[in-house]
Design a protein around this ligand. Structure first.
Ligand code: C2E
Ligand code: CA
Ligand code: CA
Ligand code: CA
Length: 279
């Protein structure tokens, strides 16, 4: 038993070291990624539940690593948050998304707005509001065409600072969506404090919404609460036509998921929107 204990320890320890050195390598590479244009922004349409037309587009960062291939944001965003690199990365995504949206508008899709994910680390950084105004000014995008996605838990630390920043963002005319709603373990009373326009129901509730009574109850409850608060509701992770039908029937406003489109490069988004118009 003793021997087994030791080998288990060695195994864990080796795995831990590999994990640690992977993170150190990624951290160094991430700086190159930001400097050398290895990052790109993909776009996923959010469609109006009634008309099926794209109204909003979420910007999702991608990292094409020279040797490791495509790395998912789920792997490098938390790392970038730990190191502070999320500040530069997030600003790059915001600027790129604003520029691309101006391009999209010039192609006739003025009714589309863009949603950019903002890390709690960015929100807590003094001067974030200037980053937003600079990105708008540099691109020429109307503030009303920009939405920032914020997770509920962003307000748990530095509540006053974050709430003030969010109010300043709203005063610019920029919209705010609460992302991954229902997963943050935060008190519902934060909803009152957050100057939001929209709630995005996390895909973990949507996945089994048709067969699971708890998920259905939560989804219907969130939609009803949001509407009473004057907020729009998005369902994330809408993977099937059955999901979409269910959510339409339950008055969800916007649908996002593989049932409609996957995140795609900007050129493919243009094609997607053109096809939608001519369909
Ligand atoms: P998120 O903000 O919740 O973004 C939605 C995620 O769900 C995306 O994963 C998207 O590809 C995925 N998704 C969309 N439709 C479906 C579906 O029908 N089924 C399933 N199973 N998944 C679907 P992605 O692109 O890998 O991004 C993961 C997370 O990384 C994002 O989750 C967000 O938290 C973070 N992220 C991505 N880009 C950025 C960014 O520019 N800045 C920050 N701070 N975070 C980002
Ligand atoms: Ca999001
Ligand atoms: Ca989300
Ligand atoms: Ca998520």
């Amino acid at each position: 038993a003793k021997q087994q204990g030791r080998s288990t320890y060695q195994w864990y320890s080796q795995e831990f070291n590999e994990e640690a050195s992977y993170r150190v390598a990624l951290r160094n590479d991430l700086q190159d990624a930001i400097d050398q244009e290895q990052l790109s922004v993909y776009y996923q349409p959010l469609v109006d539940a009634r008309t099926g037309k794209t109204r909003n587009i979420e910007a999702l960062v991608r990292w094409q690593h020279p040797t490791r291939g495509l790395i998912s944001p789920g792997d490098f965003i938390p790392l970038a948050e730990d190191t502070g690199q999320i500040i530069a990365l997030g600003e790059w995504v915001l600027r790129q998304a604003c520029r691309d949206m101006v391009h999209l508008h010039s192609r006739g899709f003025r009714y589309c707005s863009v949603s950019v994910n903002v890390s709690p680390v960015q929100l807590r950084k003094e001067g974030f509001i200037h980053t937003v105004t600079d990105a708008l000014k540099a691109s020429g995008l109307r503030p009303e065409s920009l939405e920032l996605e914020v997770v509920e838990s962003a307000v748990l630390l530095d509540t006053d600072l974050v709430i003030n920043t969010l109010h300043a963002i709203r005063e610019l005319g920029v919209h705010i969506a609460i992302d991954d709603f229902g997963t943050g373990f935060s008190s519902l009373s934060y909803i009152k404090l957050l100057p939001a326009n929209k709630i995005k129901i996390d895909h973990s509730f949507i996945k089994d919404v048709i067969e699971n009574r708890s998920d259905a109850a939560i989804t219907q409850g969130v939609i009803s609460m949001a509407h009473h608060l004057g907020l729009e509701v998005v369902a994330e992770g809408v993977e099937t036509e059955a999901h979409a039908t269910y959510l339409r029937k339950n008055q969800c406003d916007l649908l996002q998921g593989f049932a409609f489109a996957r995140p795609m490069p900007f050129d493919d988004l243009l094609t997607f929107l053109n096809n939608q118009v001519s369909a």
